[in-house]
Design a protein around this ligand. Sequence first.
Ligand code: SAH
Length: 215
Amino acid sequence: MNDYEKEREEMVERQIAGRGIKDPGVLFAMRKVERHLFVPEEYRRDAYDDRPLPIGHKQTISQPYMVAAMTDELKVGKSDVVFEVGTGSGYQTAILAELASTVITIERIESLYERAKRIFKELSYGNIICLFGDGSAGARRYAPFDRILITAASERIPGELFNQLAEGGRMVMPLGGRFAQTLVTIEKIGGEMAVKHHFDCVFVPLKEGTERYEH
Ligand code: SAH
């Protein structure tokens, strides 16, 4: 018997399907990925609560509904190569990996990068590539990307990431400053940006450079 299966099913029914997410792929991935494995030990029992949780270094794992809504809006196809900025706990990465061909994910805090990499290995995800670095510059050697998801807020749409988006591709991100952000979708149509605004949200900021901590 799978741990937390009942909690996970309830989370999907109430928080995800109950709030209007209908895409079968998104619902499948949210039912399958064991969120409790991605949160720190001390929050395991709260893993299926309707809220973000701390993951250390002043960062958070996003609320389940936010993960589902962003994934839904990204419209990931089976053959897509997805670039994710802000691996964090790795939970959103795993959701994307259930739906895409390959997910390349980058994290600027070394210990979070290492922790996520270990979890993906334990769970045998063969289609996730983990990078350590500043994701605002993208990852040229893997570009172009069909989809880009940024899970940290920026006041500007990072130009280099838009450059690395494939024609016809989509990018989803929280746009705005520390306290007022909107989730937006950016499409590349004929090389131009088409931006759609969705709803207000709160994410940690997209930062420059990297951080390493002594163990
Ligand atoms: N999707 C993650 C969200 C984590 S919060 C989850 O659900 O767990 C956002 C993450 O983005 C943090 O871990 C933060 O360190 C990282 N981040 C912020 N700026 C970044 C940058 N420029 N490049 C890579 N990662 C970044």
